[in-house]
Design a protein around this ligand. Structure first.
Ligand code: ADP
Ligand code: ZN
Length: 207
């Protein structure tokens, strides 16, 4: 099974991706996570990408297409994979079409005001978990005990840019995949577990 998760920043792609990848035994490919790992390791690619990410801009298409092209050829993707945060532009979607065929695109649809609240209260852990300050009061991860942090690009000004970039560059992908009969939209305003139930209804037979 080859999937794409589409949705604005804060739509819950990461949370759903973790659950889907576990339930269906497919690899989770997050271009955002891959870029942040490069930044953390101080690679050339990381240094290059950081200047874009910190401003809330998209990293150039060639860079992320390169990451994905590499990754989907790896052994752990033989059973399928789920793309989280890619493609984000029509050019990326066209590049992906040349690499492989996608089965389904799940569009997680969330209201704008909900998104802003989610991102500003979001706290992350190195292990991949994320929490929201409204429901989680501790500053260490419940899963692994590490200290939680706020993503550098989760500040108000950068979030504004990211939402703007989403509306201009990524939202057109909804039509792109609808035209190709790949698109299914789920209501992402609900809780993580409720959204996951809806996702499973979509993917049910695909296992
Ligand atoms: P979010 O979906 O919450 O914005 P991500 O972790 O997916 O978070 O992405 C964070 C940042 O990484 C983006 O704002 C962008 O700068 C960069 N990035 C991630 N994926 C891509 C991509 N496919 N194309 C271009 N830039 C990307
Ligand atoms: Zn953790």
């Amino acid at each position: 099974m080859k999937l794409i998760l589409l949705g604005a920043p804060g739509a819950g792609k990461g949370s759903q991706a973790t659950k889907i990848s576990k339930e269906y035994g497919i690899a989770h490919i997050s271009t955002g996570d891959a870029l942040r790992a490069n930044i953390k390791e101080g690679t050339e690619l990381g240094k290059f990408a950081k200047s874009y990410i910190d401003k809330g801009q998209l990293v150039p298409d060639e860079v992320v297409v390169g990451i994905v092209a590499d990754r989907i050829g790896k052994e752990d993707c033989r059973n399928g994979f789920l793309l989280d945060g890619f493609p984000r532009t029509v050019a990326q979607a066209e590049a992906l079409e040349k690499l492989t065929d996608i089965d389904v695109v799940i569009n997680i649809d969330v209201d704008f005001d909900v998104i802003t609240g989610r991102i500003s209260g979001r706290r992350m852990c190195e292990c991949g978990e994320s929490y929201h300050i409204s429901t989680y009061k501790s500053d260490v991860c419940a899963k692994c005990g590490k200290k939680l942090y706020q993503r550098a690009d989760d500040n108000e000004e950068t979030v504004k840019n990211r939402l703007d970039v989403y509306a201009r560059q990524t939202a057109p992908l909804i039509d792109f995949y609808a035209t190709r009969n790949k698109l299914v939209t789920v209501d992402g305003n609900k809780s993580i577990d409720e959204v996951f139930e809806d996702v499973k209804k979509v993917l049910g037979g695909n296992r």
